[in-house]
Structure formats: structure tokens, C-alpha cells
Design a protein around this ligand. Structure first.
Ligand SMILES: [Zn+2]
Length: 101
């Protein structure tokens, strides 16, 4: 898998702590540029289908009970906690197409 470029800023976008290396020692978020290529999204899409973790449940919980908060947090750079919105949308489309059969 192609790796993303490291950010020049060494401040974690998720928690604000200093990130001396690739990953934040406090929250675990990767300190990389947040723009993703289409190929990167496709590879993550297949990973998301086969690998579920607590991010999906937490994202769904916030979407149901605190609409808008996920968007605000994601745009401000706090992305470690939530599923990528495009991947969530594609997962939703694939689950609805499977349920119609
Ligand atoms: Zn952090």
C-alpha cells in the first residue's frame, strides 16, 4: 500500500500533542497529509469491508445522537476517532444494495 506524505507541522491534529515521529504517542493518529488519492480510497474501502472496529460503531452513534458533530470534528482534523465519511458512504451503499436482493 502506498503511504501518505508526512505533515511538516509536528502538532497532532487530533489531540494537539507534539508528534516527533509518524504516529502520535498520545492518541495514535498518523501525522500525514489528509488528502487521499482515489486509489488510496479504493484500497481502504476493501479493508473497511473486511475489518470492523470500534470506529464504525462510534461514528454511527455520533451520527444518530449528535448530527453535525462528526463533520465538525473530522474537518478540524480529529479523524482518528471516526470512520472516513466517504468510506462510510460507500459501505452504506453496498449494504443497501445487498439488502435489496
Ligand atoms: Zn494525537
Amino acid at each position: 500500500m502506498k503511504t501518505q506524505h508526512l505533515r511538516q507541522d509536528k502538532t497532532c491534529l487530533n489531540c494537539g500533542h507534539e508528534v516527533p515521529d509518524r504516529y502520535c504517542g498520545h492518541c495514535g493518529q498518523e501525522n500525514v497529509d489528509t488528502k487521499e488519492s482515489f486509489g488510496h480510497l479504493v484500497s481502504h474501502f476493501f479493508q473497511d469491508i473486511t475489518h470492523y472496529d470500534s470506529k464504525l460503531l462510534l461514528t454511527l452513534k455520533y451520527l444518530f445522537f449528535y448530527p453535525g458533530r462528526v463533520t465538525k470534528e473530522y474537518i478540524s482534523g480529529r479523524r482518528q476517532t471516526f470512520v472516513n465519511p466517504i468510506r462510510l458512504y460507500v459501505l452504506r451503499l453496498s449494504s443497501s444494495s445487498c439488502s435489496r436482493r
